[in-house]
Ligand binder design. Structure first.
Ligand SMILES: [Zn+2]
Length: 278
């Protein structure tokens, strides 16, 4: 049994053959969690999962989409409470890729909304599905900023629960499509986070990510496609789909000198444990 822990089957790319894509994945034993990019795709992801075994949904607003939406956290709270199929909050986080250097206002809005989602996740006892992307000339700084925000929330939680006055649950989740360095990955793991590995790991030039996969414990890894993006080799450049998550699993097995089944079993268990899938 495999699970694609992060796909976007709500995107237009799948309009022509959505049912076939879902069937291809579920029929070969690959379960699917759809992540969301805004309120509209959040509603669609919940709908898609609603009456289907082996499918779940994350709801949230991607930082790049904030400009296109009249943001209101209450809508997301209501949606999360409307269905047991909502198993995480995401993808949420920070994205500076398209910003120019003096976009201070947009950055602080992103941070403010990220914080609202962190608090919603704690309120509802749901894991966070984090997205981080820095500028081309500074790919790592954004992860440091995310770590700083998360660390403050984790220690506020620890303090409140030591005083027995916390009504919230702990901060937990996954850093999806990880693109930071090894030192940063260790900090995310220390804070209790898992690392999501996409098809990028199969690319010849992904030396840093491959080294990270060799180094970190399999207990902390989830596998994902981020479909329709990031198709693994041998489909690089084409539309990605959940059934291709097996190529990610295969590459991790090769890098860690384990069997395919060992990696499939461990990543499936990790995903079920984190998102409380039944
Ligand atoms: Zn995504």
């Amino acid at each position: 049994m495999l699970i694609d822990s992060h796909a976007h089957l709500t995107f237009k790319d799948f309009d022509p053959d959505l049912e076939e894509v879902i069937r291809r994945s579920l029929d070969c034993g690959t379960q699917i969690i759809n992540a969301s990019a805004d309120y509209e795709t959040s509603v669609q992801a919940v709908d898609l999962a609603q009456n289907r075994d082996g499918m779940w949904a994350f709801i949230g607003c991607h930082p790049d989409e904030l400009a296109n939406e009249e943001f209101n956290i209450d809508k997301y709270r209501k949606l999360a409470l409307s269905s047991k199929k909502v198993v995480g909050i995401g993808e949420v986080g920070l994205d500076y890729y398209r910003l120019d250097n003096n976009a201070a206002e947009i950055k602080s809005e992103q941070k403010e909304i990220f914080l609202q989602f962190i608090n919603l996740a704690q309120e509802l006892d749901l894991p966070l599905v984090l997205h981080g992307r820095g500028k081309k000339d500074d790919p790592y700084g954004v992860y440091d900023e995310m770590l700083e925000i998360l660390k403050a929330e984790v220690s506020a939680y620890a303090k409140a629960s030591a005083d027995r006055r916390s009504m919230k649950s702990e901060v937990k989740g996954v850093i999806h499509c990880y693109g930071g360095n090894l030192e940063q990955v260790k900090k995310f793991i220390d804070l209790g986070f898992y690392i999501g590995i996409t098809g990028i790991v199969t690319f010849k030039n992904a030396k840093e990510l491959q080294a990270i996969v060799k180094e970190i414990s399999l207990d902390k890894m989830l596998i994902e496609t981020d479909a329709p993006f990031l198709a693994p080799d041998p489909y690089r450049g084409q539309r990605n789909e959940p059934s291709y998550v097996k190529y990610v699993c295969q590459k991790i097995a090769e890098l860690k000198e384990l069997s395919f089944d060992e990696v499939a079993k461990a990543t499936h268990e990790n995903t079920c444990r984190l998102f409380n899938l039944k």
